[in-house]
Design a protein around this ligand. Structure first.
Ligand SMILES: [Fe+2]
Ligand SMILES: [Fe+2]
Length: 405
């Protein structure tokens, strides 16, 4: 993974050099040449490289660049309107230089009091696309020349690949007792991207059509909700994503429960209930056996049905405070479960679910967590986008064909 890192480093050096020297200066030419050469080298492996700058992390395609964590340029680029950057296969040196020029002028903006955004260089082409974070393949990215008139069309989201990945992940756990952690992390990153596609945060949630899809849709929703909640509680990007992974994996133990029990319409027998409740212990075991370092996710899998007053399950003989991630996932879990139609109960209205959570503050739920969650969801009203898996698979949302290729 050194190619993308070398390129990004040279890219930042080129921008810094250009900010210092005038157009004809040899240092500037050298810096642009060097960075363009590394870009072309990178393109021998990946014709259309894509980067995302997410808070303190840099993602290349779908792969987080761990060595670039806390790279200060990620925040600078994001501030200059570059949270997502894509290069076309035929990008020329002129395109690249014009792009760098644009970045330099954008970066200089905060220093120029009241200055208007600079017009972008006429030499630029659509070979370099950048913009606020969007979903992979979506056409909201803007080419350089269009930057000043960035469209603010209503966004749609497309999580088809993420859904497929989670389904596959559950199969791997069922068939091979293996948890593909990297894929789980990459799904969470995509969800984080989907949530921050616009200036405002959005909640891309899935609705259930087929009962069989429950564990998949529910896992993705709980992950999104947990990230939104942890963000609202003021956590940093890294914790937010660790909590997102824990949310995604919280019901992993359900992969071991027979489907007829999982989707049973009537009352469960004592034996079935015990099996069902065992998904907590089972999930924690699967996670720890797969990766000892996932202790946070394992704790959440174990604790997410334990109430703040000690009720719920699994029963603990000695009362102990749950991990804070478990208290967050607990609220999000209840919210998503109640608003979903299940074989044994109809879906609740969102307002009723929020009232239920408010009433349970202090007994079922941590009061502070419940308060922040309810506030958040009331504020998010109108910014929650629903799609069913069938709609995602058909590439259609809200009756409008998806824009991706
Ligand atoms: Fe659960
Ligand atoms: Fe759950």
């Amino acid at each position: 993974m050194s190619g993308p890192i070398r390129f990004l480093t040279s890219f930042a050096q080129a921008v810094a050099t250009m900010a210092l020297y005038g157009p004809a200066h040899p240092a500037r030419t050298r810096a642009v040449d060097g960075s363009y050469r590394l870009l072309r080298e990178l393109q021998m492996h990946e014709a259309q490289p894509e980067f995302s700058f997410l808070g303190d992390e840099v993602v290349y395609g779908q792969h987080p660049l761990r060595d670039m964590r806390d790279w200060e340029w990620a925040a600078r680029l994001a501030a200059a309107g570059v949270q997502r950057l894509e290069f076309a296969a035929d990008v020329t040196r002129d395109d690249f230089e014009a792009f760098l020029d644009g970045i330099v002028s954008q970066l200089a903006l905060p220093m120029l009091d009241g200055a208007q955004p600079h017009a972008m260089g006429a030499r630029s082409s659509g070979a370099i696309r950048f913009g606020p974070l969007g979903i992979r393949g979506e056409s909201r990215l803007t080419s350089f020349v269009q930057h000043a008139t960035l469209p603010t069309a209503r966004r749609t989201y497309e999580l088809t690949e993420e859904v497929a990945t989670v389904e596959w992940m559950h199969e791997q756990v069922t068939d091979r007792a293996q948890l593909p952690l990297l894929e789980a992390e990459s799904v969470v990153r995509s969800l984080a991207v989907a949530m921050h596609g616009d200036q405002e945060m959005l909640l891309p949630l899935l609705s259930l059509r087929e009962f069989d899809e429950y564990t998949t849709t529910h896992s993705l929703n709980v992950s999104v909700l947990t990230m939104a909640l942890s963000e609202a509680m003021g956590m940093g990007a890294r914790d937010v994503r660790a909590f997102g992974v824990a949310g995604l994996l919280h019901d992993l133990g359900k992969t071991r429960i027979p489907r007829d029990v999982l989707n049973k319409p009537g009352k469960l027998t004592d034996q079935e209930r015990a099996l069902m409740q065992g998904h907590t212990v089972e999930g924690a075991r699967i996670i720890l056996e797969s990766d000892r370092e996932l202790d946070l996710a394992a704790a959440v899998a174990y604790e997410h049905h334990i109430m703040i007053d000690g009720g719920g399950y699994p029963h603990r003989r000695i009362a102990r405070k749950c991990h804070c991630a478990s208290t967050l996932v607990h609220v999000c879990d209840v919210y998503d479960a109640l608003r979903t139609h299940r074989p044994y109960r109809v879906a609740w209205e969102t307002s009723a679910v929020l009232e239920y959570i408010e009433q349970g503050a202090g007994t079922d739920f941590d009061p502070e967590v419940a308060r922040v969650f309810v506030d958040l969801m009331r504020r998010m009203e109108g910014r929650i986008e629903h799609a069913t898996l069938a709609e995602l698979r058909a590439g259609v949302q809200d009756g409008v064909p998806a824009t991706s290729p």
